[in-house]
Design a protein around this ligand. Structure first.
Ligand SMILES: *[C@@H]1O[C@H](CO)[C@@H](O)[C@H](O)[C@H]1NC(C)=O
Ligand SMILES: *[C@@H]1O[C@H](CO)[C@@H](O)[C@H](O)[C@H]1NC(C)=O
Ligand SMILES: *[C@@H]1O[C@H](CO)[C@@H](O)[C@H](O)[C@H]1NC(C)=O
Ligand SMILES: *[C@@H]1O[C@H](CO)[C@@H](O)[C@H](O)[C@H]1NC(C)=O
Ligand SMILES: *[C@@H]1O[C@H](CO)[C@@H](O)[C@H](O)[C@H]1NC(C)=O
Length: 421
């Protein structure tokens, strides 16, 4: 008996069904890959409660952050109106209230669904250190009030504390080096170099020292030039200068130049040095942040300090705060003495000091280093994985599924309806 045309047709269709079905199955299995949805943005906030004012820094980074990459950026810096929180010792409730405007602003920047998981820290420096020394009860009351206010906002508040001078210096150092690494990476990316290796000879220049802290300067004056209020006013620069020199104890380290950063001797002639915060503000006021040589800096500071108080007020009518105008002279002498006599920056080395407020659009200070260190403990959010396929494979899979279905349908139709005689 020969095969009937119907049997042949059905047999062929069955073969098509089997082959096409298997191909569709294989494609479906092979084509599926892990596909990552774009990561979200995470936020972190730090209140930098200094002696003269408080600032709130808001940082952001991609949620799938990698270890050690320069991805944290400053989303916003909000300056709290009014003086530093230590000035509210007699009226602690107002210290809390003063933070509200910046917290309100932060709530408009951080998306609502992110707020509850935004780690928020408050770090206080020289002003609160002094207050705690004078009366720790008062310091505690101020902290209680600022904490109470922050807790009224839907953020992950992780406490208010006083940073030691060493921590301030260390976190400043972390900040500046993190930002420099970011800058170098951006430069490399813009040159289409795909691997993060530094050009030869760059490494030694990349690690920058933050000019902030010296083991040779007695605490607590060491950490905040604005705290040297004992040398009041201007008009007697020689006295001012010698009074400031008395604050330093260079005998322990001066002669054999073992002064250094955090106890590590930093030989002159290497690296770049970044002076920020109070250093920057004082020199910026005196218009000395443009890389002027040491001789010009010396002459400018002496010139400023020799001016009479009346003349000074007339020259800077925009400085509404007299106490600040009072402080620029001693503060400038402090910085000059620390850098020139403490760290031994000479005429030639002076050019490696950069007075900077910002790098990579981010304020230089301890705050970023603080949040970097603390958020390392926050595990990276596992990116959401979904099943997905590449477009071409997906189209092929659909084609074979449709072919299988069509062949099956045809086979059924033939089997049931085609009746050749
Ligand atoms: C410290 O401050 C508290 C609260 O203002 C006050 O009651 C106390 O007398 C102060 N102590 C000293 C030693 O001044
Ligand atoms: C980045 O490149 C520019 C120009 O090429 C250079 O001036 C700048 O110093 C570089 N920045 C860093 C951090 O290397
Ligand atoms: C790095 O510093 C050395 C001297 O310490 C200098 O010769 C070199 O030009 C610097 N490199 C860059 C990229 O700045
Ligand atoms: C950073 O945090 C770690 C704990 O994770 C701590 O041991 C370390 O001392 C911190 N770094 C600084 C500079 O404080
Ligand atoms: C960071 O690096 C450490 C050690 O290299 C590793 O144990 C840790 O899992 C890493 N964390 C993240 C978030 O990648």
């Amino acid at each position: 008996m020969g095969s009937s045309p119907k049997a042949v047709a059905v047999g062929c269709l069955l073969a098509v069904i089997v082959v096409s079905g298997i191909i569709a199955l294989i494609l479906a299995a092979v084509g599926v890959k892990g596909v990552y949805l774009p990561p979200g943005t995470k936020y972190g906030m730090v209140f930098d409660a200094g002696s003269s004012h408080t600032a709130l820094y808001i940082y952001q980074w991609p949620a799938d952050k990698e270890n050690g990459t320069g991805i944290v950026s400053q989303a916003e810096a909000c300056t709290v109106q009014g003086p530093g929180i230590s000035s509210y010792a007699e009226n602690p409730a107002n210290a809390g209230a003063s933070l509200r405007a910046c917290l309100d602003k932060a709530m408009t920047i951080i998306p609502v669904e992110q707020q509850r998981e935004t780690p928020t820290y408050l770090g206080a420096t020289a002003g609160m250190r002094l207050l705690r020394e004078q009366n720790s009860t008062k310091a505690d009351l101020v902290f209680a009030e600022v904490s109470k206010t922050i807790q009224q906002y839907p953020v992950d508040f992780r406490g208010a504390r006083i940073l030691t001078g060493n921590e301030e210096g260390s976190f400043g150092w972390i900040t500046i080096n993190y930002l420099l690494e970011t800058l170098v990476k951006e430069n490399l990316t813009s040159q289409q170099i795909s691997h993060p290796c530094y050009p030869k000879g760059y490494e030694e220049n990349v690690t920058a020292a933050a000019l902030y802290d010296s083991p040779c300067v007695p605490a607590p004056v060491a950490h905040d030039p604005s705290q040297i209020l004992m040398v009041r006013g201007t008009g007697a620069p020689a006295e001012c200068r010698s009074a400031i020199q008395k604050l330093f104890n260079f005998t322990a380290c001066g002669a054999n130049r073992t002064c250094g950063f955090n106890g590590v001797y930093q030989p002159p002639g290497h690296g770049q040095f970044f002076a920020f915060s109070g250093f920057y503000y004082t020199f910026y006021f005196l218009n000395l942040t443009n890389g002027q040589p040491l001789s010009v800096i010396n002459a400018t500071i002496w010139g400023f300090c020799t001016k009479g108080w009346k003349e000074l007020q007339a020259s800077f009518p925009q400085e509404e705060s007299h106490s600040r105008l009072h402080n620029y002279c001693p503060s400038a002498f402090y910085i000059l003495t620390l850098l020139h006599e403490g760290y031994k920056f000479d005429e030639q080395m002076w050019s490696s000091i950069h007075f900077r407020q910002q790098a990579a659009d981010t304020d230089i200070g301890w705050a970023l280093g603080y949040v970097l260190n603390l958020t390392n403990m926050i595990p990276a959010e596992a990116p959401e994985q979904v099943k997905g396929q590449q477009r071409g494979l997906w189209a092929a899979t659909i084609f074979f599924i449709v072919l299988t279905a069509a062949a099956a349908l045809l086979a059924i139709l033939i089997q049931c309806l085609w009746n050749p005689t």
